[in-house]
Design a binder for this molecule. Structure first.
Ligand SMILES: NC(=O)c1ccc[n+]([C@@H]2O[C@H](COP(=O)([O-])OP(=O)(O)OC[C@H]3O[C@@H](n4cnc5c(N)ncnc54)[C@H](O)[C@@H]3O)[C@@H](O)[C@H]2O)c1
Length: 342
């Protein structure tokens, strides 16, 4: 039995990744860590965890804070995971403007604890979540991992870029194979309520107005959860190779990839598809007056006008490209929402 360690396992991406692995591999056990914080409705995290508890015997859940070094060390000492996937983080761009402490704690101290344990225990591959936000307001599109990303426009982005730098130093110094994944606007059933598609749905259902930023002139590279999970799974199983350079010292076994759909969609088109799918799933009635519930507003601090992933390296190295259409993905979200909330 191989042991994999996933942090943020009650989170949107972590729970879906754990589910796929447990379902498809009888010879893998998963140790999952999450502090179940209340950044958003904890019921959703409990719901996701309940789905995982079906795999009793191969799923071990530890409730605790990644920033607590002792907790993290105990997990490595007890379970000696061969692959580590760090997804726990304080996510969200806007929240980082008012709650910086949470980002420093989870994304910097927490990630440092993971790196230290990867240094002291025999980990074959560390995979960790970075974000499309590291591209800031870069003008050149699509965003390539070769682009300069030294101008973050939010603390969230700055912590994610810092994680990539910390991982590089640890890969170089201790020869730890690591891969950072820059995710692009992940969405789907039981996703994050702080994200636009989910928040819009809640508001429209409550008869409130939704705010469409930058007067609708924003584009997002929406990526469906199953595509993200498939990408992470493929990457996890292929660690960057350990090699020495001419100086006899290790060349850092270090990689960064984008995982995005590679097909940015204008916010107004996205809202149109969401409306249609909410009606189809009977979350909203067919005569819903959407025009009365929309407000076009200016851009918010920390926001960027476009995200657009160049996924050529992912395709080349792993033979995989996310391809779920926004309509198919939002359909699954709307159907789940109807079932879960109504
Ligand atoms: N969803 C996206 O669109 C997106 C885009 C880019 C990057 N990411 C990154 O992917 C990762 C997963 O994102 P997600 O959408 O699943 O977010 P999520 O908030 O649903 O999941 C993160 C989980 O980590 C847990 N957590 C937070 N701080 C913790 C701590 N200090 N100790 C232990 N657990 C802690 C939370 O309780 C949560 O369950 C994050 O690192 C996020 O920054 C997500």
């Amino acid at each position: 039995m191989r042991t994999y360690f996933i942090t943020g396992v009650a989170g949107f991406i972590g729970s879906n990744l754990a589910k796929k692995i447990l379902k498809e591999n009888n010879d893998i056990q998963i140790v999952g860590l999450d502090n179940l914080n209340d950044y958003y409705d904890v019921k959703l995290k409990e719901y996701r965890l309940n789905e995982l508890k079906k795999y009793e015997g191969r799923f071990i859940f530890v409730q605790g804070n990644l920033a607590d070094k002792k907790i993290v060390e105990n997990i490595f000492e007890q379970y000696k995971p061969s692959i580590v996937v760090n997804l726990a983080a304080q996510a969200g761009v806007r929240y980082s403007i008012t709650n910086p402490d949470a980002y420093v704690e989870a994304n910097l101290i927490g990630f440092y604890n993971i790196l230290e344990c990867c240094r002291h225990y025999p980990v074959e591959h560390l995979v960790y979540a970075s974000s499309s936000s590291v591209y800031g307001s870069n003008k050149k599109i699509p965003y390539s991992t070769d682009d300069k990303v030294d101008n973050p426009v939010s603390l969230y982005a700055a912590t994610k870029k810092s994680d990539e730098l910390l991982a590089h130093a640890y890969s170089k110094l201790y020869n730890i194979p690591s891969t950072g994944l820059r995710f692009f606007t992940v969405y789907g059933p039981a996703g994050r309520p702080d994200m636009a598609y989910f928040g819009f749905t809640n508001k429209l259902l409550a008869g409130e107005k939704i705010k469409i930023f930058n007067y609708g002139n924003c584009k997002r590279d929406f990526t469906y959860i199953d595509d993200i999970v498939e990408g992470v799974w493929r990457v996890m199983n292929m660690a960057p190779e350990k090699k020495n350079g001419e100086d006899g010292l290790p060349i850092p076994p270090y990689k960064i990839y984008n995982i995005g759909n590679g097909h940015p969609v204008n916010l107004l088109d996205f809202v149109q598809i969401l409306q249609e799918e909410l009606i189809r799933a009977k979350v909203l009635t067919s005569d819903y007056n959407f025009e009365n519930h929309k407000e076009l507003v200016a851009m918010q601090p920390g926001d960027v006008p476009i995200t657009y992933a160049d996924t050529t390296p992912l395709e080349k190295d792993f033979g995989f490209k996310p391809n779920t259409s926004l309509r198919d993905g939002l359909r699954k979200f709307a159907e789940w929402y109807k079932e879960f909330y109504m």
